[in-house]
Structures are given as C-alpha cells and as structure tokens.
Ligand binder design. Structure first.
Ligand code: 13P
Length: 285
C-alpha cells in the first residue's frame, strides 16, 4: 500500500528496525527498488531529490510508486529529499508525495524552526509527513570524506527544542555522516546519537548511508534510527554495470540488454541493505 513516512516509521519502531530510504536516480531503477522490498517482505521509502523530481515529473513518480505499491503488495512511502524551498514542497504535495523533507540546516536555528514549522503546518493539513534537519551532514570529494571542519554536529538540547517547536515526524541528525561517500567509511558518533536519543522521542534519520559501516547498523538501530538513507551506492552500482553493458553491446541491440543488469544490481543492493535493517531482536528476523 501507498503510505506516509509516519505510518512506515511507526511500524518500524514497534519492530525495532529501521526503514530503508533509497534515492532513485532515474525511472528505470524504480520498479527494481520496490520489487527488492517486496521480495524481502519489508516496506520501503523511495526518495527523490528536487532535481530528479523535476527531471522525471513529480506526478509520474507518484503514479508509478502508487501502481507498484498496489500491484506488488508492498508498503511504499514517497519522500522528497532535502527540499529547501516551498515551491518544491508544494509541487510534491500537490502531485501526491506522502512525505517531504524541509532542509533548513543551513539557516540560523530560529529561522530553521520557523520555516520547518510552516512546512509542518502545510503538510500535516494535507496528510503528508515531514522530516526536518538539525546539524549538517558532511560532504565528499570523489567519494572520499572531506575535512571534519565543515560539519556541525546536532546539539542534543537544540534537538529537544526543535522537535517541541516544529512537530516534525522525523529528524535528520548530524552525527558524522557524509553524503556521497563511497570510497571510504565514516566514524559515526554513536555516543552523540545515544545522547540525542535519550532526550527525544521521534524517529531519527541517517543521511549519507552509503558511507556508514555495516557493522555499525545494529547500534544505530538500537539508538533510535528509524529511517536510513542510501543513495550513492545505488547510483555507483547502476553506473558501473551500465559502463560494462553499454560498452559490450552493439549500438542496435535492445536497450533491455544494457539496462536490465543495471536494475538488477540496484535490486541486489536494496535487498542486501534491507536485510541488515532488521535488528537481531526484531520479530521479523
Ligand atoms: P548517500 O548518497 O551518501 O548514500 O546519502 C543518501 C542521502 O542521505 C540522501 O539524502
């Protein structure tokens, strides 16, 4: 079924697991992502950047997600990732996205609160979930983490105030992860996550999941991570296979021969990650 992020994270919380939230980079890979979730019997969050939504069309992505959720009997939420302006949020909600992120992490604290609250009021009135962000997620160069200096870690007391004043359904935390990190792995600040988790009662979100060590997953899940974003790993996997297949086939060979193996790679990654997102004490394990 097509669901909101809140419905999916509420269910995950009862099972002490995290929901996998995967960035789609083109329409081709979308059915494989949802079928991967269906094959392991778990819900999935499909997320798009604003740029990907504009490139494909918000309404086209909504239609495909809803159709696949119904056909394949899998719980799917469709989430707009890192939106920084209201126009994109309005467009996504009008098209039928079931969840949006307002990323005010680059704004002064009070402005982040005020703008996030405005998005929450607008989205909740339309039955849509909202993720906010506090602290910053680091960046990478060519897939390797850049300096620690550009990161601002989430301050636990700020998180308490942010949640009380905004009413977001999920909170992305800055605990040492980096977007786009695929050539190295990061050292996540687990003690900081523990402190935040001890003070707040809202699903916490990992961004930059590609760069997180798989052995850290259980501790992250046990400390309140309920949405785990993975994007770059799918992108790198799809592209690496595409380089091989497009290079090896004739120009007049059906595109299926080039693209199905890329989509299969994406499905394999989604299934692998989802299988790690259940903790050993989860009733589903
Ligand atoms: P990666 O692309 O680093 O896996 O991060 C995904 C993400 O956090 C999207 O917001």
């Amino acid at each position: 079924m097509y669901k909101t992020l809140k419905e999916i994270t509420d269910a995950a919380d009862k099972l002490n697991m995290t929901v996998g939230a995967f960035n789609m980079h083109n329409l081709e890979m979308l059915p494989s992502m949802i079928r991967g979730a269906q094959e392991v019997g778990l819900p999935i969050v499909i997320q798009t950047s604003v740029a990907t939504a504009q490139y494909i069309g918000y309404d086209v992505i909504v239609a495909v997600c809803k159709q696949l959720a119904n056909n394949d009997l899998v719980d799917v939420a469709l989430h707009l990732d890192h939106a920084r302006d209201f126009d994109a949020i309005r467009a996504a909600i009008a098209a039928g996205y079931s969840s949006v992120m307002f990323d005010g992490s680059n704004l002064p604290f009070k402005e982040n609160i005020a703008k996030t609250k405005a998005v929450v009021d607008y989205a909740h009135a339309r039955g849509v979930s909202v993720e906010g962000e506090l602290g910053t997620i680091g960046g990478t160069e060519e897939g390797i983490s850049v300096s620690e200096d550009d990161k601002e870690y989430t301050r636990p007391n700020d998180a308490v105030r942010f949640l009380a004043e905004t009413g977001v359904d999920a909170l992305a935390v800055g605990i040492g992860t980096n977007h786009g990190q695929f050539k190295s792995k990061t050292n996540v600040k687990i003690p900081l996550l523990k402190e935040i988790h001890s003070l707040v009662d809202v699903p916490l979100v990992i961004h930059g999941g590609t760069g997180v060590k798989e052995e850290d997953y259980p501790e992250l899940i046990n400390n309140g991570i309920r949405k785990f974003n993975v994007g770059t790993e799918l992108l790198v996997g799809w592209t690496a296979v595409a380089k091989e297949t497009f290079g090896a086939t004739e120009v007049n060979k059906s595109l299926r021969y080039n693209i199905i193996p890329c989509n299969d790679k994406v499905k394999e990654i989604v299934k692998h990650k989802l299988s790690l997102f259940m903790n050993s004490d989860s009733p589903l394990k």
